[in-house]
Design a protein around this ligand. Sequence first.
Ligand SMILES: C[S@@+](CC[C@H](N)C(=O)[O-])C[C@H]1O[C@@H](n2cnc3c(N)ncnc32)[C@H](O)[C@@H]1O
Length: 189
Amino acid sequence: MKRRAFMAWFAALAVQPAILPARAQQPAKPRRLEQFELDVPFVPTKQEVVEAMLDLAGVTAKDVVYDLGCGDGRIVVTAAHKYGARGVGVDIDPERIKEADERAKKDGVTHRVEFILGNLFDADIHDATVVTLYLLPEINLKLKPKLLRELKPGTRIVSHDFSMGRDWPPEKTVRIGRDTIYLWTIPKR
Ligand SMILES: C[S@@+](CC[C@H](N)C(=O)[O-])C[C@H]1O[C@@H](n2cnc3c(N)ncnc32)[C@H](O)[C@@H]1O
């Protein structure tokens, strides 16, 4: 084969996956579970504080409660089980989502709740009427623009232990033993 013809044949081979050996065509391995980064470690909210958070937000059966970084789903499942609300939990850790699904099944609320595996910063939160948080001060500050941009006016936000910084003071602050919970409402635009 002449040199030019050989080069053309070789170039065609390089861009033609159909004629590569089977092994070379295999897709990349799926993402390994440990390849996600937690912005906040898992520390569950005590049940007494969960109920105080939902009470502070005034949750009723008309609400849609989102817990961003939902852990084992206790806030969302309590909102559905005790208050009759609908709920959505978002967590980046598949183990937490598994636990949350199991909790919803055990408490018989799977028809009212949904747990989504994903990053809370990418979550679609537009239909929330209540958002609960137990994150960290800097993560609350990072999340604040998304909350103000995407939530409807009147949506209540309750955060366990951490505020939203000096320029967004809470409307109410409640202490329960060593824990503190804060309430805000999304203002009119
Ligand atoms: C302090 S725990 C709070 C759990 C639950 N909200 C509660 O109050 O019991 C924080 C949770 O956020 C989750 N998390 C951390 N970074 C996240 C991220 N970027 N997106 C979604 N979840 C995240 C962790 O996996 C953990 O379950």
